[in-house]
Design a protein around this ligand. Structure first.
Ligand code: NDP
Ligand code: 8X3
Length: 251
């Protein structure tokens, strides 16, 4: 019987690539995001391979999260895999100059949003005493860098949530994997720099950055591990990257 995965942030980047590799592996998909038209595009590319449904909600809206996931018909309720991927950085600047709206977006989306989605899905997994939750953290959750303090704090919180989930859920047959990527070429920097394309492109120039598919392949490896194996924590860097802020770039 095929498995069902719910992926947040499936409209772009790592979430979209995960949908694509899961579809190739025959995993049915509940694709979530705020942009319906992008969800429809992703759904269109994978629907010949697996069953797909879409849910449009903002992870920051706890009422919408609970209502949308709660409204899934019975045939979609047996969620085997939750990919808590939705998130972004907003801005890059010091605390004294930082925009508090940006802070709200990061803490509310990357931390509270992940918790709201988990709160909606965990009871469905507990009922069946099985499941696998994959939280997308970041190298920024392990190493704080200047001007990224709030984003780093949000991802450090994801690291803590992954540990806490594993402590609470292992006894109930639910696996928890924390994935911490380095620099991945997605819409991430475009969002961080508020649509400034040339600034976003510069982040990935002069080296061979990770691609979303590289992270998706690692996630697939984790969810396909034998029942006796939990891949607890994966840190994945571009070969040119040695730490959060150290990337060897060709001049
Ligand atoms: P993208 O910007 O390409 O994708 C972000 C995804 O998150 C989109 O699908 C977006 O969907 C969704 N999303 C963002 N905010 C919300 C929200 N409030 N409610 C619902 N969905 C939301 O970036 P990535 O693929 O790179 O990012 C995915 C995850 O990977 C994030 O958690 C990010 O922090 C993490 N990460 C990224 C790295 C990188 O270098 N790219 C490195 C390490 C971690 P929509 O806009 O349609 O709602
Ligand atoms: C995204 C990677 O290093 O820009 O989480 O914070 S980084």
């Amino acid at each position: 019987m095929s498995r069902i995965a719910l992926i947040t942030g499936a409209t772009s980047g790592i979430g979209k690539a995960t949908a694509e590799v899961f579809a190739k592996s025959g995993i049915d998909l509940i694709l979530c995001g705020r942009r319906q038209e992008k969800l429809d595009e992703v759904s269109g590319t994978v629907s010949s391979q697996v069953r797909v449904t879409t849910l449009v909600f903002d992870v920051r809206d706890k009422g919408a999260v609970l209502a949308m996931i709660g409204s899934l018909p019975d045939e979609w309720k047996n969620i085997d895999i939750l990919i808590n991927n939705a998130g972004n950085a907003h801005g890059l600047g010091s605390l004294d100059e930082g925009d508090m709206e940006d802070w709200d977006a990061m803490i509310d989306g990357n931390v509270k949003g992940l918790l709201y989605v988990s709160k909606a899905v965990i009871p469905l997994m507990l009922e069946r005493a099985k499941g696998h939750i994959v939280n997308i953290s970041s190298i920024a959750g392990k190493q704080t860098y200047a001007n990224g303090t709030v984003y780093c704090a949000s991802k450090a919180a994801v690291e803590a949530v992954s540990e806490g989930m594993r402590l609470e859920l292992t006894q109930h047959g639910i696996k928890v994997t924390n994935v911490a990527p380095g620099a991945v070429e997605t819409e991430f920097s475009l969002v961080r720099f508020k649509g400034d394309e040339s600034r976003a492109e510069k982040v990935y120039q002069g080296f061979d950055p990770l691609q979303a598919a590289d992270i998706a392949d690692a996630i697939l490896y984790a969810v396909n591990a034998p029942a006796r194996v939990t891949i607890a924590d994966l840190t994945i860097l571009a070969s040119a990257q040695s730490a959060a802020t150290v990337i060897y770039k060709k001049q």
